[in-house]
Structures are given as C-alpha cells and as structure tokens.
Design a protein around this ligand. Structure first.
Ligand SMILES: Cc1cc2nc3c(=O)[nH]c(=O)nc-3n(C[C@H](O)[C@H](O)[C@H](O)COP(=O)(O)OP(=O)(O)OC[C@H]3O[C@@H](n4cnc5c(N)ncnc54)[C@H](O)[C@@H]3O)c2cc1C
Length: 123
C-alpha cells in the first residue's frame, strides 16, 4: 500500500515493513523519534496493525547527489577510480542500465553517460 506518503509492505513471512522518514540533516545515523510518527500514520491507515510488535527499526543514509540524478564517471583526480553512486530513490530501477553504461566505460572506454548524470554535472 502507498498511502499518505507511506509505504506499507506485507512480507511472505507475516511481517510488515513500513517506511519511511526522510531527513536532510542528522546527528546520529540510527533510527530516531521520527519513526513514532510513521507508526502512528501506519496504524491510522491500517488499523489491524495496532499493537503489532515492532520487530526492528532501521535507518540508512540514502546516496543523493546535489541533484537527484545519479553520478557516474571517472573519479576526478584518481586515475583508474570510478563513481557510480547517487541512486537515491531511483537507484533500484536504474541500477541495471547504470551498470551497463559503467561497464562500457570501464571495460571498453566507451562513454555513453547521459549529460545530467556526469560527474562534471555536479553543482
Ligand atoms: C539507505 C538507502 C535507501 C535507499 N532507498 C532507495 C529507494 O527507496 N529506492 C531506490 O530506488 N533506491 C534506493 N537506494 C539506492 C539503491 O539502493 C542503489 O542505488 C542501488 O542499490 C545501487 O545498485 P548497485 O547494484 O549499483 O549497487 P549495490 O546495491 O551497492 O550493490 C553492489 C554490490 O557489490 C558488492 N561488492 C562491493 N565490492 C565488492 C567486491 N570487491 N567484490 C564482490 N562484491 C562486491 C556489495 O556487497 C553489493 O552487494 C537507497 C540506498 C540506501 C543506502
């Protein structure tokens, strides 16, 4: 389910994933109090979740560049190193194509990186 900006994802093992919060600044990379609001909204959307045991809480740092576009290409100042990052919220869907483009560059020297995805496009 996608409701009120919230993902509620039932798993085959009977657990349910709920996500997610998004913060641009943080002091601690772990889960914080913002998750309480998330749970409250989930219960409002799916009352059957009321009282469900919280199995685990998880937080990570999403790789976002200064734009929302991925960042691909030779790493400036470090010959033989490459960047393929910045997937942020589209990285899962984009990963196969980005891998193809990077393999072309790294293995065959063929550069077909879209303009907006280039390291030089970073502001
Ligand atoms: C906290 C967080 C939230 C995110 N949320 C979203 C989201 O909501 N939607 C979305 O679309 N994307 C999201 N992303 C981005 C998405 O996860 C990535 O863009 C995507 O996983 C990139 O895929 P990849 O295959 O290029 O790299 P990865 O998924 O990083 O896979 C690389 C793999 O290579 C392995 N590896 C590394 N070095 C070696 C080595 N030397 N030998 C063998 N194996 C190695 C690693 O262990 C890893 O399994 C999120 C990322 C993070 C961190």
């Amino acid at each position: 389910m996608f409701v009120d900006g919230l993902h509620i994802v039932p798993h085959a093992d009977g657990t349910v994933a709920i996500g997610s919060t998004s913060e641009a600044t943080w002091t601690d990379p772990g889960p914080d109090a913002a998750l309480e609001g998330l749970l409250a909204r989930a219960v409002k959307a799916v009352p059957a979740l009321a009282g469900a045991k919280v199995v685990s809480r998880w937080a990570g740092i999403r790789p976002r560049a200064s734009s929302r576009a991925p960042v691909l290409g030779a790493f400036p100042g470090q010959p033989g190193h490459y960047a393929a990052n910045g997937g942020f919220k589209i990285g899962f869907g984009m990963a196969p194509k980005l891998a193809e483009v990077m393999a072309d560059l790294v293995l065959d020297g063929r550069d077909s990186i879209p303009r907006d995805f280039r390291v030089e496009a970073l502001r």
